[in-house]
Design a protein around this ligand. Structure first.
Ligand code: NDP
Length: 350
C-alpha cells in the first residue's frame, strides 16, 4: 500500500519515509520545490529506482486544492509539514500555513481520497503544554490555553515560542473539528501523534552543524558547542528519539484502535545536563570543530554543570500511546540516542 508523507524532506518526515519504505510501503512525498527532494533521492536512491518512492511538488499548501492530486490512490496520509521556525513577527505567519495546510489535506482527502483509510497529523506537545510551577503530569485530555490566550491578547508582542505553540493548537483543533463535522460521511478516520522535543540522528544531508533542523541544533548547541551555564544545563523538558517517533507514526496507521485518538509519544523528561553527563563519558567524535571549553577534558566531551538542580516539573503521560500502539513501540534510552548522535557527527566529519 501507498502512504503520502507531506513535508517529506523534513527531519521527522525523512525518518518516517525510511520507516515506511523499509516496512514495504510505497511512499509519495510532497516537497515545496523539486530541489528539496535532493537528500531523499540520495538516501533512498534504491527505492526511487524501484519506483517505491515518488515525489509530488506542492508549492504552497495554503492554496485551495493544494493536495488534490497528491492524495489520489494513497491508503494513508501522514501530514508533518508545518512551519517550525519560531521567529515570527506577526503570529499569522506561522498560524496561517499550519492551519490551512491541515485543512487543505483534509479537503483534498474528502474529494479524492478514494482508497484512504487514515490520516495522521504530526502535532506537538505545544498543544498540551502549560507553564507549571509544581510537579504535573499532563495527558491527551489537556490543551494549552496559556499560549493561545497570550497570542490572542498580545499578537505581535507575544512570546515567539507561544506563536508557534498557538499555530500547533489551532492546526490540531481544526483537524478534529473537520473530522467531527465529516466523520459520518467518510470511510477514513484520523489520529494525532503528539511528540515533545525530538532528538536523534538525522537522515538529512546537513553539511555543517548550522544547517541542522531546529531541534537537532538545540542538542548540538546545548550539549556540544556552547559552554553550559546553570541556566542552560537545568533546562527541563520531555523528549523522544526521532526514530521511535517515526515508528509511532507508522504504527498509528496500522493499529485500528489508534483511529480517533490523540497519542502522546514521549520517552520521558530530560535536562541538558542529563545529556551532558552521558555525552561526557564518550570521547569527542569531532574532527573539525575545536571548542575551547572542550580542551580540559583530555579528549572526552565536557562535563558541563554536574551539580545543577534538576526539576522535572512537567511530565507527559505516555501510557495511552504505549497501550494502543502495542509492544512494537519501545523508547530508546538517552544513552542509546547519545551514542548514535555522536556516531552520526563522526560520520559527517564534523
Ligand atoms: P523540519 O523543519 O525539519 O521540517 C518541516 C517540514 O515542513 C519541511 O518539509 C518544511 O518544508 C515543511 N514546511 C514548513 N513550513 C511550511 C509551509 N509554510 N508550507 C509547506 N511546508 C512547510 O521540522 P521537523 O521535522 O522537526 O518537524 C516536523 C513536524 O514535527 C512539524 O509539524 C513540527 O511542528 C512537529 N514537531 C517537531 C518537533 C521537534 O522537536 N523537531 C517537536 C514537536 C513537533 P521546507 O523544507 O520546504 O521548509
Amino acid at each position: 500500500s501507498k502512504v503520502l508523507v507531506t513535508g517529506a524532506n523534513g527531519y521527522v518526515a525523512m525518518r518516517i519515509v525510511d520507516q515506511l519504505l523499509n516496512a514495504g510501503y510505497s511512499v509519495r512525498g510532497t516537497i515545496r520545490t523539486l530541489d528539496k527532494s535532493k537528500d531523499l533521492r540520495q538516501r533512498f536512491s534504491d527505492f526511487v529506482e524501484a519506483g517505491k518512492l515518488e515525489f509530488a511538488v506542492v508549492e504552497d499548501m495554503g492554496n485551495d486544492g493544494a493536495f488534490d492530486d497528491a492524495v489520489k490512490d494513497v491508503d494513508g496520509v501522514i501530514h508533518t509539514a508545518s512551519p517550525v521556525t519560531i521567529i515570527a513577527d506577526n503570529p499569522e505567519e506561522v498560524i496561517k500555513p499550519a492551519v490551512s495546510g491541515t485543512l487543505n489535506i483534509l479537503e483534498s482527502a474528502l474529494k479524492f481520497g478514494n482508497k484512504l483509510k487514515r490520516i495522521i497529523l504530526t502535532s506537538s506537545t505545544a498543544t498540551i503544554f502549560s507553564p507549571v510551577t509544581q510537579p504535573t503530569v499532563l495527558n491527551e485530555t489537556h490543551w494549552n490555553t496559556v499560549a493561545v490566550e497570550e497570542v490572542e491578547r498580545l499578537g505581535r508582542e507575544a512570546n515567539s515560542f507561544y506563536k508557534y505553540m498557538t499555530s500547533k493548537v489551532y492546526a490540531e483543533k481544526a483537524f478534529w473539528n473537520f473530522y467531527d463535522a465529516h466523520k459520518t460521511d467518510i470511510s477514513w478516520d484520523v489520529s494525532a501523534i503528539i511528540p515533545p522535543y525530538i532528538f536523534g540522528p538525522a537522515l538529512n544531508i546537513f553539511k555543517t552543524p548550522s544547517e541542522q533542523n531546529a531541534s537537532t541544533k538545540l542538542w548540538w548547541d546545548n550539549v556540544i558547542a556552547t559552554p553550559a551555564t546553570p541556566e542552560s544545563a537545568s533546562f527541563a523538558k520531555c523528549w523522544v528519539d526521532v526514530r521511535d517517533l517515526a515508528l509511532a507514526h507508522m504504527l498509528a496507521l496500522q493499529k485500528p484502535d489508534a483511529g480517533g485518538e490523540r497519542l502522546l509519544i514521549s520517552a520521558g523528561p530530560f535536562t541538558y545536563q542529563d545529556w551532558i553527563d552521558i555525552a561526557s563519558t564518550h570521547r569527542s567524535p569531532l574532527k573539525t570543530h575545536e571548542f575551547p571549553h572542550h580542551k580540559e577534558f583530555g579528549g572526552y566531551l565536557p562535563k558541563g554543570c554536574p551539580d545543577v538542580k534538576r526539576d522535572y516539573l512537567l511530565i507527559y503521560d505516555n501510557a495511552k500511546g504505549l497501550k494502543i500502539l502495542g509492544p512494537e513501540l519501545k523508547y530508546r534510552t538517552m544513552e542509546e540516542t547519545t551514542a548514535d548522535i555522536l556516531k552520526d557527527y563522526a560520520a559527517r566529519g564534523w
